[in-house]
Design a protein around this ligand. Structure first.
Ligand code: WT7
Length: 660
């Protein structure tokens, strides 16, 4: 193989003199960074409202300024009260108006290697978005309406989102790998009038079709029109009057569509996420606050400069995809890359080939992907010139030291800051991480609260925890501008999940954390939410799916540690009368795939006689978790049925034995 001529990579980090695995920004990094003075933290903490007010003024274009920067009636709060803006104007028009219309905005890489990528400049994107906004209007979509988007990673997904934003409709994007059943639930809850899908997409060389899988669920929804993006050549059946080709509609649409002047607090989008119950919550995000946080976290965390390219590998169905493939990069006017397919197709080096081909500046991915690449081995990276990368990011779950170091050394060539960003669907943008020009970068440690926000740790009683014993992570007012404003059509859920633990002025994150060297180390969820390959799933949702089967009496689902996916669901199932069998096991797994999607597939179904229960009849999932982790189960005398423990332990032991 010819030796690659790599571009000289500036040294962006230096090792701490005292601590082996602690890194700091180099003088070069500090020089290029937007922020390198740690005084920003104290200055912002002294007056967070002034801090955010200045950020909003500097980063975002408003039609009308606010008359009050922040207003709180706990647990409700508003930012930029009385101001108006448009998110699509901020993402597109203003860059074109500033003379940067010919700058590249979006690069789309298809999975098939023989197909051409699609590249959009800001002017091109503005034209497409305006046209599609007019299409939506012609289909009767008005300000405040909800539009369902069930699209894979195609340019049209961004175009559709920004078109909704342009006319003041709320988008509700549903992960295209979720099952049509879960799409149905979300469409019904949102009362979406219009749904946007594609005929399909490529995944690992296969054509995955979407349209015919969606057809059967539409009758139960309020969807009047389905706009179908044509990805394949094959003809498919369209229902006359209801289904329309995107490509046909766009041809005749006018490229002029004035952006609606939206109230800062008006909802930009709904994004459903799993909570502790079986029913997904429609998280509501506002326009002005969300965009301000998206803009500033993109700019400061990833130190993005004009002309640079961010590749955030998250699917658009997740908040990471919303904020860091779409709203963040576009509002900054930089380049964003989206890729249609699998990370290892056609070969294991596909991701690195893409990084080299487009000279990616910022690479942002999930620990599960990092662990997968580490397992495959670094030789695939060596074939490629990754020297364009300046900043690495990680998100979605706690990252272990080995994965962090592998990422740092192999992808970043021991030269780039690794920014471990803690946040949630609810927070809209990142909240806890190191800044590249300030540091330090420490494996497993996320860092500090973003300037102008404040997090602390509390114990069960609500007393602040200072030492390294750990506690519950909470956020204090003024709440970050990008925070959720509610749960769609479910105000009770909003009150209970976020403000029901420590009162109406303390946002409860459901995460545990502890201090390490004064920085936050996030230890993970303390509720019944699992992170499976970075995907957020509720144990109750998986249980509901399994309990759907006529033979199942009851069931408990708990996460078990997995070396690649972080956690995988394991189901303990009590049957009615029938006998356990492989066939039945397969049927139960299929119930989960049908109700939620393949991401939620249980790793194992353990048929058991009984589940451990408290005197009040609650299933003790904690006990099952401990068994799977081979930990001592502790005191079981408070159980209603302590005799169940021994038999459960045997079932778990047999499973673990056969598995490893
Ligand atoms: C949960 C939120 C927000 C983007 C993707 C996930 C976990 C997220 C980290 C991190 C440790 C993390 C938390 C959080 N999490 N980032 N850097 N370190 N844990 O969004 O699907 O809403 O999940 O992901 O447990 O509560 P999400």
């Amino acid at each position: 193989m010819p030796k690659l001529k790599k571009t000289k990579q500036p040294k962006l980090v230096v090792r701490d003199k005292g601590k082996k695995n602690m890194f700091w920004p180099s003088p070069e990094m500090k020089k290029r960074a937007w922020i390198s003075d740690k005084g920003i933290y104290d200055a912002a903490a002294d007056n967070p409202l002034a801090f955010w007010e200045n950020r909003a003024r500097e980063g975002i274009s408003w039609f009308k300024e606010w008359n009050k920067v922040y207003e709180a009636k706990p647990p409700y709060f508003k930012w930029f009260v009385g101001a108006t803006l448009n998110a699509s104007y901020n993402c597109l028009d203003r860059h074109v108006e500033a003379g940067n219309g010919n700058d590249v905005a979006l690069i789309w890489e298809p999975e098939p290697v023989d197909e051409e990528p699609r590249v959009f400049t800001y002017s091109m994107l503005l034209e497409q978005v305006s046209k599609f906004a007019n299409v939506l209007k012609s289909l009767g979509v008005r300000k405040g309406d909800r539009v369902g988007i069930y699209l894979p990673m195609l340019p049209e997904v961004h175009i559709a989102m920004l078109a909704c934003a342009r006319i003041g409709a709320m988008h509700s994007v549903v992960f295209s790998a979720f099952s049509p059943e879960s799409l149905k639930k979300r469409l019904i809850d949102a009362e979406a009038k219009v749904l946007i899908i594609s005929d399909g997409y490529y995944r690992r060389g296969k054509k995955i079709t979407l349209k015919e899988r969606v057809d059967p669920i539409l009758g139960e929804t309020k969807v009047r029109n389905v706009v179908v993006v044509k990805r394949f050549k094959e003809a498919i059946e369209l229902q006359q009057g209801r289904d329309l080709w995107w490509q046909d509609l766009i041809v005749n649409a006018s490229p002029d569509c004035a952006p609606e002047q939206m109230d800062s607090e008006s909802t930009l989008f709904i994004l459903y996420t799993s909570g502790t119950t079986g029913k997904p919550k429609g998280i509501l995000h506002d326009t002005g606050g969300y965009l301000t946080q998206a803009y500033w976290t993109s700019k400061l965390n990833f130190d993005l400069h004009p002309g640079e390219l961010i590749w955030c590998t998250a699917d658009i169905g997740w908040i990471t995809g919303h904020t860091y493939t779409c709203y963040g990069p576009y509002s900054l006017g930089v380049k964003t890359l989206i890729y249609e397919g699998a990370p290892d197709f056609p070969k294991e080096d596909r991701f690195w080939e893409i990084v080299e081909k487009y000279r990616v500046t910022v690479f942002y991915t999930a620990p599960t992907a990092i662990r997968m690449f580490a397992k495959i081995g670094a030789k695939h990276l060596k074939k490629h010139d990754l020297s364009s990368i300046r900043i690495l990011g990680t998100v979605g779950e706690p990252i272990d030291e080995a994965a962090w170091m592998w990422y740092f050394e192999n992808v970043g060539n021991s030269n780039c800051p690794v920014i471990d960003t803690w946040w949630q669907t609810e927070t809209g943008g990142t909240l806890i991480n190191a800044l590249p020009g300030i540091g330090p970068f420490i494996p497993t440690v996320a860092g500090k609260s973003f300037p102008g926000t404040k997090h602390i740790l509390l114990d069960e009683e609500g007393k602040e925890v200072h030492g390294d014993s750990g506690g519950y992570l909470v956020q204090l007012p003024p709440f970050a501008p990008g925070m959720l404003r509610g749960v769609y059509k479910n105000p009770a859920k909003y009150l209970e999940e976020y403000w029901g633990h420590y009162g109406k002025e303390i946002y409860y994150t459901s995460d545990g954390a502890r201090y390490e060297n004064g920085f936050f180390r996030i230890t993970g969820r303390v509720d019944d939410v699992m992170k499976v390959a970075g995907h957020r799933l509720s144990t109750a949702e998986v249980e509901n799916a399994i309990e759907n089967h006529a033979f199942v009496s009851e069931c408990a689902v708990v996460p078990m540690e997995d070396s690649i996916k972080g956690h995988v669901p394991v189901a303990f199932v009590v049957l009615k009368k029938s006998e356990p069998s492989e066939h039945l096991e397969h049927e139960l797994v299929q119930e989960v795939v049908k109700a939620i999607g393949p991401t939620a597939k249980p790793k194992e179904i353990l048929f058991v006689d009984d589940l451990p229960k408290t005197r009040s009849g609650k299933i003790m999932r904690r006990l099952l978790r401990k068994m799977l982790a081979k930990k001592e189960v502790g005191d079981t005398t408070t159980l209603q049925n302590p005799e169940s423990v021994e038999h459960l332990q045997k079932a778990v032991r047999d499973f673990l034995h056969s598995d490893h």
